[in-house]
Design a protein around this ligand. Structure first.
Ligand code: C6P
Length: 411
């Protein structure tokens, strides 16, 4: 066991998450659906409740005390996030609803301004629908085409094939940092480098990466990076779009409304500076405050310790599940995050999910909003156990025992 794991006191950490201490169908809850959304520590719940109990007010609009406090908290959250992903400037941090909205924002602003007939956008075969559909909408509108980098049977992107798709027609590459359905950690630094050699900007979908590993956008070199607060132990309805200031400056606004303007007449509107140009209307103020508290929490644990602990748990789970007869893991990349997707011969994943639920075990079953991944592996759906730093080996054992029950029922 490495040193980072040795100091990771999971039993103490679990006490910070009130929701974990309940029974479901009379059994202790085993929450293994963290890729869908993760649970919130008391510190996040308290920060949101404190906002409503003491500071609640709109931001950037009032000279009164409460508004000043809210504005300060909101802008401090932005700086916290800038530091968290090591962006060069807080103006490069745009608050959005989540990963989905962040990608749509780039497609509808950068994409609309820069993609034309005959142009291409490169994605990969392991993308979430949020990183497919916005580009299809844009491509249809502009007469552009989507090009898809294939993956191998482990669920790893074929880098040579990816490189061969990059051409003078490519206007943007948009790739997941970590696949939600397979757990593959993509070699994003290399992929960015290959695109940049040809002057092509890169967006990374960090929905599954930001909660599990240290992200340094300057080191990776990507042009855009998006993630959701609710997978990072923060609230729903808040997310982040990082963009290089030079690109964001040139992009047209996404939505029109309050706060994104510097002056309005019926003849002409001039837009606000970054980041406000992209933050029309009253934002999710409590969301930013909750997200800042989540980042404080994660920073206290340390992302390196979190990653090391989760890697051990993944190894343990992979080992245990590999020994279950008639069970096949879907997604066996050499670089992998804490996702265990699997199918059991002769049992539909929805039945697996229901039987596990009756034992208090929460997993996700279905296509995981990644239907092309299911098609690639020739399955309609999988059962997915996705881990977080508050999960334990005992919970993996409970999962394996639960699968035993499934097999008992289905003979
Ligand atoms: N994946 C899952 O169960 P939103 O819904 O906007 O917060 O995130 C969308 C999204 C985008 N990219 C990736 C890689 C994702 O995993 C997700 C969300 C959840 O896998 C819910 S579908």
């Amino acid at each position: 066991m490495n040193a980072a794991v040795a100091v990771f006191d999971v039993n103490r950490i679990r006490k910070d998450f009130p929701i974990l201490h309940q029974t479901v169908h009379g059994k202790p809850l085993v929450y293994l659906d963290n890729a869908a959304t993760s649970q919130k520590p008391q510190a996040v719940i308290d920060a949101i409740s404190h906002f409503y109990a003491t500071d609640c007010s709109n931001i950037h609009r009032g000279v009164h005390q409460l508004s000043e406090r809210s504005t300060r908290n909101y802008e401090e959250a932005r700086i916290k996030i800038q530091q968290f992903i090591h962006a060069a400037d807080p103006r490069e941090i745009i608050f959005v609803r989540g990963t989905t909205e962040g990608i749509n924002l780039v497609a509808q602003t950068y994409g609309r301004a820069n993609v034309g007939p005959g142009d291409e956008i490169v994605i990969s075969a392991l993308e979430h629908h949020s990183n497919i559909v916005p580009w299809q909408i844009l491509s249809e509108e502009k007469g552009a085409a989507l090009r898809v980098a294939p993956i191998n049977d482990r669920g790893e992107i074929l880098l040579d094939e990816y490189e061969s798709l990059l051409s003078q027609r490519t206007r943007l590459v948009s790739i997941a940092h970590i696949s939600n359905a397979l757990g593959t950690i993509n070699p994003v630094r290399r992929m960015v480098e290959l695109a940049h050699r040809r002057g092509i900007p890169v967006l990374l979908d960090g929905a599954q990466a930001a909660p599990h590993m240290k992200v340094d956008v300057q080191e990776i070199g990507c042009d855009f990076y998006v993630f959701s607060g609710h997978k990072l132990y923060g609230p729903t309805g808040i997310g982040v779009l990082y963009g290089k200031a030079s690109l964001l400056d040139e992009m047209p606004p996404f939505q029109g409304g309050g706060d994104m303007i510097s002056s309005v007449t019926f003849e002409k509107t001039t837009y606000n500076t970054l980041p406000y140009k992209f933050e029309a209307g009253t934002p999710n103020i409590e969301g930013t405050i909750g997200l800042a508290a989540a980042i404080d929490y994660v920073n206290r644990l340390g992302l390196d310790s979190i990653a090391a602990y989760e890697a051990e748990l993944l190894e343990y789970g992979t080992e245990k599940l590999s020994r279950v007869p008639q069970l096949r893991l879907v997604g066996t990349a050499r670089e992998k995050a804490a996702v265990l997707s699997f199918v059991i011969d002769g049992v539909h994943p929805h039945d697996v999910g229901t039987i596990l639920d009756h034992q208090g075990i929460a997993v996700r079953t279905g296509h995981h909003c990644a239907q092309p991944v299911m098609d690639r592996f020739g399955v309609p759906a999988t059962t997915r156990a996705s881990l977080a730093f508050y999960n334990t080996r005992e919970e993996i054992d409970a999962l394996v025992a639960g699968i035993g029950k499934v097999k008992e029922i289905f003979g």
